[in-house]
Ligand binder design. Structure first.
Ligand code: GLN
Length: 465
């Protein structure tokens, strides 16, 4: 099985091992390239200009990483895409960042995102929306849009650390023709991640190819006592699973993901790819996941209920921007939050607060939790029969900025219908390119049972081959 995609990361590591890379000027040259990329695509919120003055010896700065801006980086501004954290410089590294630094990685910058992860297109951005490198009149997808943008556009070895709550890795990966790995909930520590919805938030990886994503995952995965939901699992080198035997793997194709609206080409490309996988001995069959249709409603209730409580701490006292101490507490709080949160964040705070108010709690939040349990059970039932589930990554290709503007919030939320169910269930997923439509990439998403991340890497490797 030979990958058709060159991994700049792999080639770089080979050159490093052979002593062919001059590390004295490697990191500064990469920063220079990131700057020029920024001019074209606005992929970053902050570029690590201080890298030159970092204490880490240049000889230990071997592999460039970008980090989504809701993941804390010591001494490097971390805004979560929000003006309310405009001046926040964390005094610590998130566990994932700590791990990449320990393994010779260095952070070139913090990538653009929808404010706090609230979006599907990276257009709810307080610091500018990243442009799709394949067609800059189109979005990168969200909320990890900047991460996917750098992964797609980088002409240097690079791995993007991204994050998903309801599809924020799959969507931008599909829209930019990159590989997005969302690991099993708990596989990567959430310590140092600025929460959106804790019960679903996951840190993952976007890379130009399966190797890059697999290497990134190997570096950031692992048990962390600082995260109470961390999985106590063995460290794995996921890159060794690429090219592994996938004969007799059974793939379920849920009809609910292929029936509704959306691009016919996106669906066809997914099915054609499955057909091509047959030569590796993979078999596939149609399955049904009828609870899928309730996933969007349940997801948005749960995610926003959690988000609205998480955002309460940004009151300009202990966390978040400070304002002039005028008026009483209510006035101070309302003025500061009114000025600092964007429109979508405000909408979500209001929706989430409503959903968990006494009197509405049982009708909305609690009911949504029951639907979530049904969805998890339905996936578990399916995984008794099949090893993986294949769906389009997104219903459409990357839309143009003006078309996103025309979408109502409800229509925009509906775009997450392929990604939200697996995120509700904490299942690992991988999005890989499946072909194109009118020159724009399309993606296929594979979903596996908990802890079968490695099998997804093997499957994705076969797609690439
Ligand atoms: N589009 C989804 C939302 O807006 C998912 C975003 C995410 O995963 N952070 O909630």
């Amino acid at each position: 099985m030979v990958s058709l995609i060159r991994s700049l990361v792999k080639e770089h590591l080979e050159r490093l091992a052979a002593g062919d890379v001059n590390l004295d000027d490697f990191a500064p040259r990469v920063i220079e390239k990131a700057r020029s990329m920024q001019g074209r695509y606005s992929a970053f919120i902050t570029i690590n200009e201080r890298l030159a003055s970092e204490k880490t010896p240049k000889q230990q700065m071997k592999l460039p990483f970008s980090v989504k801006d809701n993941i804390c980086t010591r001494g490097l501004r971390t805004t979560a895409g929000s003006k309310i954290l405009d001046n926040y410089v964390p005094p610590f590294d998130a566990t994932a960042v700590h791990q990449i630094k320990n393994a010779g990685g260095f952070v070139i910058g913090k990538t653009a995102m929808d404010e706090f992860g609230f979006g599907t297109f990276s257009t709810n951005c307080a610091y500018g929306a990243p442009k799709n490198p394949i067609d800059p009149s189109r979005v990168c997808g969200g909320s990890s849009g900047g991460a996917a943008c750098v992964a797609a556009a980088a002409e240097f070895p690079h791995i993007a650390i991204a994050q998903s709550t309801g599809g924020s890795i799959t969507a931008p990966a599909a829209f930019t023709g990159t590989v997005g790995m969302t690991p099993t909930y708990g596989r990567v520590s959430r310590w140092g991640l600025i929460d959106y919805a804790n019960s679903m938030d996951r840190i993952g990886v976007i890379g130009k190819c399966v190797y890059d994503a697999a290497l990134g995952l190997s570096m950031i995965a692992g048990y962390d006592p600082l995260d109470s939901t961390s999985l106590n699992a063995q460290k794995t080198d996921y890159t060794t699973l690429i090219g592994g035997d996938i004969r007799k793997l059974r793939i379920g194709v849920p009809k609910e993901y292929f029936n509704g609206d959306g691009s016919a080409v996106v669906k066809k490309n997914a099915l054609d790819l499955l057909q091509r996988l047959e030569r590796f001995g993979v078999v596939w069959e149609e399955i049904s996941l009828p609870y899928t249709k309730y996933a969007i409603s349940a997801y948005y209730l749960i995610a926003l209920a959690e988000a609205s409580t998480n955002l309460a701490k940004f009151s300009g006292l202990r966390y978040g921007m400070e304002g002039d101490l005028d008026g009483n507490y209510e006035e101070y709080f309302a003025d500061l939050r009114g000025r600092s949160f964007g429109e979508e964040a405000k909408r979500r705070i209001i929706l989430g607060t409503y959903a968990r108010m006494s009197g509405y709690r049982d009708a909305y939040y609690i009911k949504a939790l029951k639907v979530r349990a049904k969805i998890i059970a339905e996936f578990k039932g399916a995984f008794a029969r099949v090893d993986a589930i294949a769906t389009p990554s997104m219903p459409i290709i990357a839309p143009r900025f003006d078309d996103v503007e025309k979408l109502s919030p409800i229509d925009a939320y509906g775009m997450d219908r392929m990604t939200v169910p697996a995120n509700l269930a904490g299942l690992p997923t991988i999005s890989v390119p499946s072909g194109s439509e009118g020159g724009m990439p399309t993606g296929v998403q594979f979903i596996a049972d908990h802890e079968r991340d490695g099998m997804l890497i093997a499957l994705a490797g076969a797609c690439e081959a």
